[in-house]
Design a protein around this ligand. Structure first.
Ligand code: HEM
Length: 493
């Protein structure tokens, strides 16, 4: 059996790093034109085989534990940031138990309690952030805020107040923020490509990891000694968890899981809320529909809004469709890697396996899935590159024939995902991934995103000058390019 075709490149070791790094989606779509759904490219000395489309997603995200490893692909990036013995620094079965503990902590009861806390943080920001001075003063004039910066702050403030716990929230006003910054600067594509370089950013990262870990340890010990009580947060939940063999989670493991959750949720959620608000500001008719929906579901006779409740979220269909659609064309994660740990045999034509020979992807290669490619594929979605939330509330928005279904590798029938998000590994819509490494933060992210969005819609009109920004692929996450200024005006009674 032969190897998958290799993408042409001029410089041997560098390979396609530049075109991939500048715009990974353009790179994937261009390569697909030439080579089909399966091809290999060189990335700074690594051989990376890309598998596109729902079948490619299935091959990688549904891959066998004996063939593909997430920990071998990620540990050199994540372990210096999260710390030891968690996530990709432990055997996969241990991490799977850790994911279960976290899921337990994201209980319905906790999620319900978070909504009013998120509104409170929003109100505090309106009162204290310079960008919202016009709002505070009750001005009728338009003013503006930088989307990514504002939403980044709101995301970390609200995640701290809710999931992370009040000690972390209090720390954000003090020393914690700087530690977080230093850790974050050590979580970039450069760190992924070069695990250790003798650079200040690497030393600061390592220092910040130690201090952050100790900070959480202090919280955990303080709580055990009854120095402070807690609300509904994750630390409290993790302190009660034990592995199947009876061993409780150690304090260090709890600390490191908390850091992992902070990092996993921060840029993914803040990118999503930024893109959603940018798209809404550019689409006033959708923003009006969103406002009308808030009035219909939460409006009071005196013109105010009652508090959003968890059960309202499923009735706010326009809001749901705006978030869903944003995650379709601005999925925060554009590339998902695994290391190949034993040779994989795959059909040369992924979508017509019976008519083709086999390729082998050898041990030592990486494989890469990009669910975003299927999410923006014009063969699957009508007007694929248009941000059009109505496609989720109106079946005619999808190009595939009505009733057409995929079968995933577990034998489940998976539809194109009208309404319900498919959890299968073979689906054209996977912003949260699929399979054993699928996201566990989705329910929290939806609560956080919905609440922040509702707060903006209820309080402000928005507009954009110059259209939705282009995409910046320089960091690990799909972000809007500068400037991403959103103009707002306080809604007048
Ligand atoms: C995994 C996306 C928010 C925690 C993933 C994966 C994706 C993803 C694509 C799969 C990665 C892979 O297969 O290698 C997102 C998006 C988010 C979001 C789009 C927000 C809009 C969150 C939040 C948390 C979180 C808020 C924590 C509270 C995790 C964890 C994993 C994960 C623990 C598992 C990694 C693994 O099993 O290897 N996420 N995520 N995520 N996410 Fe999220």
């Amino acid at each position: 059996p032969s190897l998958p075709p290799v993408v042409f490149h001029y410089v041997p070791w560098l390979g396609s790093a530049v075109s991939y790094g500048m715009d990974p989606y353009k790179f994937y779509f261009d390569c697909r034109e030439k080579h089909g759904d399966l091809f290999t490219f060189i990335l700074i000395g690594r051989k990376v085989t890309v598998a596109l489309g729902p079948k490619g997603n299935d091959m990688i995200l549904g891959g066998k534990l004996s063939q593909v490893s997430a920990e071998e692909a990620y540990t050199h990036l994540t372990t210096p940031v999260f710390g030891k013995d968690v996530v990709y620094d432990c055997p996969n079965h241990v991490f799977m138990e850790q994911k279960k503990f976290v899921k337990f902590g994201l209980s319905l009861e906790n999620l319900k309690a978070y909504i009013p806390m998120i509104f409170e943080e929003f109100d505090t920001m309106l009162k204290t952030d310079d960008s919202f001075k016009a709002f505070k003063d009750g001005s009728k004039e338009w003013s503006s805020f930088p989307a990514l910066k504002t939403l980044g702050e709101l995301t970390i403030l609200t995640a701290s107040r809710t999931l992370q716990g009040k000690e972390v929230r209090a720390g954000l006003d003090k020393s914690f923020a700087q530690k977080y910054e230093n850790l974050d600067r050590g979580f970039t594509p450069i760190n992924f490509l070069f695990p250790y370089l003798p650079l200040p950013s690497y030393w600061k990262r390592d220092q910040a990891q130690k201090e952050m870990s100790d900070f959480y340890l202090g919280i955990i010990e303080g709580r055990r000694n009854g120095e402070s009580d807690h609300e509904h947060d994750m630390i409290a939940s993790l302190q009660n968890q034990t592995y199947k063999d009876g061993r409780p989670l150690s304090d260090r493991e709890i600390a490191h899981i908390m850091i992992a959750l902070l990092m996993a949720g921060q840029h993914t959620s803040s990118a999503t809320s930024s893109w959603t608000l940018l798209e809404l500001a550019a689409n006033p008719e959708v923003y009006q529909r969103l406002y009308d929906e808030q009035v219909a579901v939460l409006g009071q006779p005196d013109g105010s809004f009652r508090m959003l409740e968890y059960d309202d979220i499923k009735n706010l269909k326009v809001m749901d469709s705006c978030i869903r659609e944003t995650l379709r064309i601005h999925a925060p994660i554009h590339s998902i890697f695994r290391k190949v740990i034993s040779d994989i045999s795959v059909p040369q034509a992924l979508s017509a396996p019976s008519e083709s020979g086999q390729y082998v992807i050898p041990k030592g290669y990486y494989v890469l899935a990009s669910p975003g490619v299927a999410q923006m594929d014009a063969r699957i979605w009508e007007n694929a590159s248009k941000w059009d939330p109505a496609r989720w509330t109106d079946k005619s928005g999808v190009a595939a024939k009505a009733g057409e279904q995929y079968e995933n590798n577990a034998g489940d029938k998976v539809d194109y995902g009208f309404g319900a998000i498919s959890k299968g590994t073979e689906s054209p819509y996977q912003p949260f991934g699929a399979g054993r490494h699928r996201c566990i933060g989705e329910s929290f992210a939806y609560v956080q995103l919905s609440t922040i969005l509702a707060a903006f819609v209820q309080n402000m009109e928005l507009k954009l000058e110059g259209g939705v920004p282009a995409t910046d692929y320089e960091s690990m996450i799909v972000l809007p390019k500068h400037p991403h200024t959103i103009h707002y005006r306080k809604r007048q009674p």
